[in-house]
Design a binder for this molecule. Structure first.
Ligand code: GLV
Ligand code: MN
Ligand code: MN
Length: 429
């Protein structure tokens, strides 16, 4: 804390809601400092969940939270919440996101929501503003799901969508057990799972797509998140000599995997609309130049804003996989890694984000999110919504991921006002 007594906003000499602004340079500096942990040396960041890099990043953010005088709690799945008391007790208005990254990540995805939340609390603290409700900033464990599927794992457990013991038994792509890794890095905490339902949850995030930038808009009022379906497929055929095995004799697991890659693209093109389909992971065995692959593990990521359309895409994909396996004489084992229905955000939060952005004289658009976010899990417990800021070139999960400093600052200022208004509003039934 900075030694100032809390004073209620609007009192003589105090900033009013809508007038106070964050320190954009302080926020940018923290983004860059956090981005150094796991830096890939090309502007990117590799900080897979529950690795040593994740631990170092967690320690840094916790230090910043404590320096600000926040009450820090860590729950049984490693979610960390920093709380600033309000003048009244009750559930906090919560913001946040995640600080794990994919192996080819940038420094903004997730980190922005956490550090902007911290910046909002610091701005209020330095200005001596006390809010009626407590305010809190969280970072949730393993949002990316890149090491331990499913994605949004920490917020899923926080919201009661998965038991913590089931989460401990998840196996990572490197064979590690989640519970062991959580203990090893010292983030298996005592706070209960599921967590307390917040009064509301608002997450600032980069768009990770091209829509805002291409329309010259600065703020997105996010209406919801599309449904996500992740499947893992393992084809087992016969590994054999590449030179001596006639084509008609092959049971080539790599060929089957390649056919799925093409089928996924064709499926998305045929269904059109919002349907997207991605094969992002492919492991071959024995992975040698002169051996027909006997085993292939691959993943299919299907997403759609419409649940019925997503189910139709899943059905067609399964039929294609079975047809491909039969034609090549390989077996196919399928396993669901993640399945989340589309989520619609609270209309009041969406309206508040939109109105606040307009009041701050930004061009704003309502849009759905293509990526998964912790906010979609928090939406199970409380009114939730998101604020997007543009991604340069629509690039993300890539070291070149970038959001302009003025857009980072604009998003944080919208977050400040939205959180403050929610924290001070009369109870809405
Ligand atoms: C998480 O970033 C996802 O949408 O895959
Ligand atoms: Mn993210
Ligand atoms: Mn991500």
């Amino acid at each position: 804390m900075y030694g100032q007594a809390h004073r209620v906003s609007g009192a003589a000499g105090l900033p009013e809601v809508g007038k106070l602004r964050v320190d954009g340079r302080r926020l940018q500096a923290r983004l860059e400092e956090l981005g150094e942990i796991g830096s890939t040396g090309d502007g990117g960041c590799a900080r897979l969940a529950l690795t040593d890099e994740d631990r170092t990043a967690r320690d840094l953010v916790v230090t910043w939270m404590r320096d600000l005088g926040l009450e820090v709690s860590i729950d049984g799945i490693g979610n960390v919440v920093g709380l600033r008391q309000g003048s009244e007790s009750g559930p906090p208005v919560l913001c946040g996101s995640h600080i794990d990254t994919v192996a080819t990540g940038g420094i903004f995805d997730g980190n922005l929501g956490v550090l902007a939340g911290l910046e909002v609390l610091e701005t209020l603290e330095r200005a001596g503003v006390s809010t009626r409700r407590p305010l809190a900033v969280a970072f949730f464990t393993d949002e990316e799901g890149a090491r331990f599927a499913p994605d949004m794992l920490g917020s899923l457990v926080y919201a009661g969508g998965m038991g913590v013991e089931d989460a401990y038994d998840l196996c990572g792509i490197d064979g590690a057990r989640l519970g062991d890794e959580l203990s090893r890095i010292g983030y298996l905490g005592a706070a209960p799972c599921p967590g307390e339902a917040p009064y509301a949850y608002v997450e600032l995030h980069i768009e990770q797509g091209p829509v805002l930038e291409s329309h010259g808009e600065v703020i997105g009022a996010v209406t919801g998140v599309q449904g996500i379906s992740w499947q893992e497929i393992v084809f087992e055929g016969q590994f054999n000599h590449a030179g001596t095995t006639p084509m008609a004799y092959r049971h080539d697991a790599c060929y089957a995997a390649g056919a799925v890659v093409l089928a996924a693209r064709a499926l998305a093109e045929q269904l059109g609309g919002d349907q997207v389909a991605t094969v992002g992971r492919l492991d071959l065995h024995p992975d040698l130049v002169n051996v027909v692959a006997g085993r292939a593990l691959l993943t299919v990521d299907l997403r759609n804003t419409d649940e019925g359309a997503l189910q139709a895409a899943e059905r067609q994909m399964v039929e294609e996989i079975d047809r491909i396996a039969a034609a090549e004489g390989v077996t196919a084992a399928r396993r669901s890694l993640a399945r989340f229905e589309p989520v619609v955000f609270d209309s009041r939060v969406v309206e508040l984000v939109e109105a606040t952005a307009k009041a701050q004289r930004h061009r704003v658009r309502r849009l759905p999110s293509g990526a998964g976010h912790d906010a979609q899990m928090l939406a199970r417990m409380c009114p939730a919504g998101m604020i997007f800021v543009p991604s340069v070139g629509g690039v993300s999960h890539n070291p070149a991921e970038k959001t302009l400093p003025e857009h980072v600052e604009a998003g944080a200022n919208v977050l400040l006002e939205v959180l403050w208004r929610l924290a001070d509003e009369e109870l809405v039934s």
